[in-house]
Structure formats: structure tokens, C-alpha cells
Design a protein around this ligand. Structure first.
Ligand SMILES: Nc1nc2c(ncn2[C@@H]2O[C@H](COP(=O)(O)OP(=O)(O)O)[C@@H](O)[C@H]2O)c(=O)[nH]1
Ligand SMILES: [Mg+2]
Length: 354
């Protein structure tokens, strides 16, 4: 219903810089997706785009994770690594009017995301697209590398339905990394150690209504295998960050002196700190064992070659939403860790020497 679109013959491997509209005859420089007609960023055409998929069952904190990490990337993370993050097309205005307005201006928690089947404007149909520009020292000069970061925020129930998943959520198969969110309070061993009020303020739905995380994991893995025409025993090589959300709520259960309680060191060091990463990964693995979640550990292991465990809080310590939905301005804890690890795995930022 918008502007006309048309196909142009490619010149060998390259896409022409401009083309004449067959209807009105004027030249255009805009390149759109042949399927959905959304505009495509230049780095997509150069093959430097990175889709970061955020998946997890309902109520695991996906929307809060995406809403907060974008602001952190713009204001803090990109700057620390000597770069900048810009919105593509109308992304910035959509972000500012959506999650940013609610979390940072109204200071309220977000509503549950609507299914793509009911609402085509949700985060799965129209992802938020950013260009991340980073400085790199080349031989004699400084070079700017630019990458497209695409954030898809899926409604949990869309991952329940295999048909919706294989059409709407196809992007997952093309991901440079998957952030797989887990709500630690879905484990009875964790829930039973916390008071009911803490648990209910840290959720939007009753935990009994949420799909089990291992179900989502097996569906996502099946979708990727089908798309890549892989055998059912073959492991998938997309990096998977298995991330515990809402860490603020469970922090009192974490042994004193644990690395995961400290603030994230990566940005200040301007590299990816390998020893910090190692400590956090092994602390979370042992917590999973303590919580009786070995089946989840082995499920990740049989499906993926490259995975790692993290814990984050989007809202931050002592910022569990009040009964009336109010929150303080988000002051996230370790929210950058899974994303920086994915960037490190894709060769965008460097690992520390040890
Ligand atoms: N305490 C705490 N609660 C959180 C945090 N992130 C999300 N929540 C809670 O979890 C609920 C679901 O989060 P949401 O992002 O909507 O989950 P989604 O369904 O996966 O998108 C929210 O309503 C909050 O109550 C967090 O960092 N800390
Ligand atoms: Mg959501």
C-alpha cells in the first residue's frame, strides 16, 4: 500500500547502486526486502549483519532485556568500545515511543508482548535494526567497521506454535547468536527459597501458565535443523547464550564472593574478559546442578556446539517492580555479558589474553 516496489536484475554478484522505477521513471537508491518490503540497511547488502535473536518462554524477561540493552548499547557500551550505535530507518522513533518511553520516562514495567498472529506490529514482524559502528586499528590508520544488529523480540506463545515459528520466526535460523532467556524462578528449588511477594512482583503471569524452557529449546533447535537440513543428531553451531534473567530477585540466594555478583568488567577493559567469563559460566553451571536442572544442561549440550551460561538483571539490584508496576530507572546488572560474548564469538570484539 506504500510506495511501489520492483525487481532489478543484479550485475553478477553485486547489487546496483540505483535503479529507475518502471512506473514513474525516477531514480531510487532505496533497497527493500523482496518479501516484506521493509527497507534494507547497507551492511545487510555487504553481508555484515548480525541477527541477535532473543528467545525464551513467556514471561522470562525478553522484552525488558531488549528494551534495556538497546539503551545501554547507545549510551554506554558502544561508547566504551570507541563507537556509536544508530537506529536504522524508523527504528529509533519506534524504540523511543515504545519500550524506552515506558521504562525510562514513565518508569513502569512493560506489558506482555502480543502474539504476531494478533499484532503484526510486534517485535517479531518489525524488528529493531541498528548500525553499530566500531573503531578498529588497521595497519596505518584507524578503520570504522559497521555492523547491523537486528533485535527480534518474540512473544513467548509464538514459540509454542510450530507453524507460526516456521514462518514468522524464521530469522532465528539466520542468527549470529541466540540469547536464550530462562526465568530462574521457573525452578521449584529457587521459587521455594524466595517469598511469594518477590516472585509475584518479578512475573506477569503465574509460572504454571508458562511453557517449560526445555520445550522451547527443543522447538527452536528443531526449527534450525529443519532450515539447515541437518540430521537430528547433528549439533548446531550458532553460539547460544543461556541467560538467567531477573538476577536481582535471586541475588540473595547466591553465595557471597561469587563473581556473578560483581559488576561486569568487560566494557571498562575494552575487551572481552575471559577469566571473568569463565568464572560466571562455571558458577551458573553449579547453580543449575544445585537447582536440579541437569536435564536442561544436557539438552543444551546435545543440541549446540558453542554455548555459555550467564545471569543478568535488566532492571537492576533492588528494583523488583512494585505491585502498581512502578520501577526505578533501570540500572542493569551484567546485561551486556551475553551480547559481548556473541560479538566476541563473531570476531567483532577481542578476547582478553587470559
Ligand atoms: N525483578 C525483575 N523482574 C523482571 C526483570 N525483567 C523482567 N521482569 C519481570 O518479568 C515480567 C515479564 O517480563 P517481560 O520482559 O514482559 O517477559 P517476556 O514475556 O519474555 O517478554 C515483567 O513483567 C517483570 O515483572 C528484571 O530484570 N528484574
Ligand atoms: Mg515480551
Amino acid at each position: 500500500m506504500g510506495k511501489p516496489t520492483f525487481r532489478v536484475a543484479s550485475k553478477g554478484m553485486s547489487i546496483p547502486k540505483s535503479a529507475k522505477c518502471p512506473e514513474c521513471g525516477s531514480s531510487t537508491y532505496a533497497v527493500v526486502c523482496p518479501s516484506c518490503h521493509n527497507k534494507l540497511p547497507e551492511s545487510t547488502l555487504l553481508g555484515k549483519d548480525m541477527i541477535i535473536s532473543v528467545v525464551g518462554s513467556r514471561d522470562t524477561g525478553k522484552s525488558h532485556f531488549v528494551g534495556v540493552i538497546i539503551n545501554e548499547l547507545i549510551e554506554r557500551i558502544s561508547v566504551k568500545y570507541g563507537g556509536a550505535m544508530e537506529g536504522f530507518d524508523d527504528t529509533m522513533s519506534r524504540y523511543k515511543a515504545g519500550a524506552y518511553q515506558k521504562l525510562y520516562m514513565d518508569m513502569q514495567k512493560l506489558d506482555l508482548t502480543k502474539s504476531s498472529v494478533q499484532d503484526v506490529n510486534n517485535g517479531a514482524y518489525r524488528p529493531l535494526i541498528f548500525t553499530l559502528k566500531l573503531k578498529r586499528k588497521a595497519l596505518f590508520k584507524e578503520q570504522i567497521d559497521s555492523f547491523t544488529l537486528v533485535f527480534f523480540d518474540t512473544a513467548g506463545e509464538d514459540l509454542n506454535d510450530e507453524d507460526t515459528m516456521s514462518t514468522v520466526n524464521k530469522y532465528i535460523c539466520k542468527s549470529a547468536g541466540i540469547v536464550f532467556l530462562l526465568d530462574p524462578m521457573q525452578f521449584p528449588a529457587v521459587r521455594n527459597q524466595l517469598d511469594e511477594n518477590t516472585v509475584s512482583r518479578a512475573s506477569s503471569v503465574d509460572w504454571k501458565q508458562a511453557t517449560r524452557s526445555d520445550d522451547i529449546m527443543s522447538r527452536v533447535s528443531k526449527l534450525i535443523r529443519n532450515d539447515k537440513k541437518m540430521k537430528s543428531e547433528a549439533k548446531i553451531n550458532i553460539p547460544v547464550a543461556a541467560v538467567f534473567s531477573k538476577f536481582d530477585a535471586i541475588a540473595p540466594l547466591i553465595p557471597e564472593g561469587s563473581t556473578v555478583l560483581e559488576t561486569s568488567p568487560h566494557c571498562n577493559e575494552k575487551v572481552f574478559d575471559m577469566s571473568d567469563w569463565h568464572n560466571v559460566d562455571s558458577e551458573i553451571r553449579s547453580l543449575l546442578v544445585e537447582w536440579g536442572a541437569e536435564s536442561f544442561i544436557s539438552q543444551v549440550d546435545v543440541n549446540y556446539t558453542n554455548y555459555s551460561y550467564f545471569a543478568v538483571s535488566a532492571l537492576g539490584m533492588d528494583n523488583n517492580p512494585k505491585e502498581d508496576r512502578r520501577i526505578d530507572r533501570p540500572r542493569p546488572h551484567r546485561i551486556e555479558d551475553p551480547l559481548l560474548w556473541i560479538l566476541k564469538e563473531n570476531g567483532v570484539i577481542k578476547p582478553s589474553k587470559k
